[in-house]
Design a protein around this ligand. Sequence first.
Ligand code: SF4
Length: 80
Amino acid sequence: MSYVITSPCLGEKFGECVEVCPVDCIFEGEDMYFIDPDLCIDCGACQAVCPVEAIYHEEDLLPEDEMFIQKAKEFFASQE
Ligand code: SF4
């Protein structure tokens, strides 16, 4: 399980989350940031600082935001 960045990040990309993540697992994509689910330690620090409330724990995602789990997987697969 990990935290997931969702639609409010699209086109916003404030990036506060990147600065507070203790394990540096948030990476910049073309239109939004992504959390690497293999590295995230579930600390919640990113969620607390996101100015657009784009970050949710995987278990708390709204059904319409579940696609962002897959979007992150595809982003990290494309980086390999
Ligand atoms: Fe990083 Fe913690 Fe956010 Fe996971 S929950 S992405 S470890 S700040």
